[in-house]
Design a protein around this ligand. Sequence first.
Ligand SMILES: Nc1ncnc2c1ncn2[C@@H]1O[C@H](COP(=O)(O)OP(=O)(O)OP(=O)(O)O)[C@@H](O)[C@H]1O
Ligand SMILES: [Mg+2]
Length: 134
Amino acid sequence: MTSAVTIPRHGGTGERTAVAARARQVVKAYGSGETRVVALDQVDVDIARGRFTAIMGPSGSGKSTLMHCLAGLDTVSAGKIYLDETEITGLKDKKLTQLRRDRIGFIFQAFNLLPTLNALENITLPMDIAGRKP
Ligand SMILES: Nc1ncnc2c1ncn2[C@@H]1O[C@H](COP(=O)(O)OP(=O)(O)OP(=O)(O)O)[C@@H](O)[C@H]1O
Ligand SMILES: [Mg+2]
């Protein structure tokens, strides 16, 4: 996947930025040598706060890989990911775990839903564990 959408940031209110998550020149390669697959090839993208964003593309184009990298669930091979103003690439494991717990809800493409919870409860589970209100 290569590509990009750019969303303007707030003008100097001191509030949170209009961008919730951003990728800068993100590369993600799986494997090595002959089996190396470059799933993300220098991706720049801004995900706007408070809006639904759909990432579309053919099977194997890197949508899930991008989502996993944006959410700090997987590491990148190169480039940077920011959540708000925090660069998460390079965070130590403990900080990253805290950030995922406090700020990320994730519904996986397959298999990882908790069947006793509904969709909303699956999304808010990390915050529920952290004792916070979404
Ligand atoms: N763990 C992995 N190890 C090796 N290659 C992988 C791994 N995960 C994904 N890939 C490869 O990376 C590329 C992107 O895969 P990804 O799952 O991100 O695509 P996708 O757009 O989500 O596809 P789909 O629409 O089928 O869900 C594909 O070529 C895939 O085979
Ligand atoms: Mg996928």
